[in-house]
Design a protein around this ligand. Sequence first.
Ligand SMILES: NC(=O)c1ccc[n+]([C@@H]2O[C@H](COP(=O)([O-])OP(=O)(O)OC[C@H]3O[C@@H](n4cnc5c(N)ncnc54)[C@H](OP(=O)(O)O)[C@@H]3O)[C@@H](O)[C@H]2O)c1
Length: 331
Amino acid sequence: MERRTIGAAALGVGAVGLGCMPMSWAYSSSQQHGETSMRAVHTALDAGMSLLDTADMYGPFTNELLLGRVLRERRRDAFVSTKCGLLVGEQHIVANGRPSYVRRACDASLRRLQTDVIDLYQLHRADPEVPIEETWGAMAELVTAGKVRALGFCAVGARADRRAGADIHDGTIRALERVQQVFPVSAVQAELSVWSREALERLLPWCEVRGVGFLAAMPLGNGYLTGALTTGGGFEPDDLRARHPRFTAEMMAANQPIVAGLRRVARRHGNATPGQVALAWVLAQGRHVIPVPGTKKPHWVTENAAASRLVLREGDLAEIARLPPAQGSWD
Ligand SMILES: NC(=O)c1ccc[n+]([C@@H]2O[C@H](COP(=O)([O-])OP(=O)(O)OC[C@H]3O[C@@H](n4cnc5c(N)ncnc54)[C@H](OP(=O)(O)O)[C@@H]3O)[C@@H](O)[C@H]2O)c1
């Protein structure tokens, strides 16, 4: 697989990473099986998809434990990307950015992951009760202590914090400018896909000019862009798509022209799939961009890895640019 280099620390990773969240969190738990997920991780590493993206709150904790079982045998093949700063309670998820907590969270992640260093340690969400410089300073100390190689900043929740009339990522960029004063940001993680392109406006260019890597979360539109989801199929109550405005039967039908467009492009590339075109589009947004498609199925890992060999032509990109905007909004 093509390798890409991200961040001031020049971190080398496979161009496509593996999002490990669906193995333990956010999607139907009845379909989560540890042995299959572990095979998916091995398949990814075999294919050169070195970046494994997890978080302490996926499970909570079980996703890191699962990865730890692979990493104790294959640490050298992997680039470990995890996150801290969100606590899962009975009813709520809350941010915790206190320095003492960050230090404890890192030690706990290292234990669960069965490793002595985390390649990329990301702040999952800023804590509104703690100045972000304090949280980031504690994370920087982990680099000095050799527990972490580089720091990353997640902006997936930016939509919720948007001010009227502002770019969705204005607040993210303000926060990034503040933490950069404390310690360099090596990677930003935010949603980017054919049907969620907001990051292209300001956030992606901000990263590019500063040599900061960009981890594209949800590059397959939570599975929709693969065309594998049957319209109005219904989702289990613990599946994020059961409450997602784009996954009502009505919106899934309304957004079919987007999948049809990806399918048209795919047909021009032999046996390519719409999902592979969606990933190739993300890869085409810049050499600093690493899509992290999530899956727990080995055969889909193989399909997603092969997207790194799919090079879209000008005409393909122009056709995707002309696709209708997605319907179904959180606002
Ligand atoms: N920082 C944050 O706050 C944050 C938030 C969200 C996501 N993320 C990261 O971004 C990663 C990706 O996001 P995501 O997993 O939510 O969404 P995604 O990658 O857009 O889509 C995942 C869904 O697509 C399905 N899928 C994957 N490959 C497929 C293929 N080739 N054909 C058909 N279906 C396929 C998966 O099914 P199966 O699960 O059944 O395999 C899963 O339901 C996460 O795993 C996580 O690491 C981070």
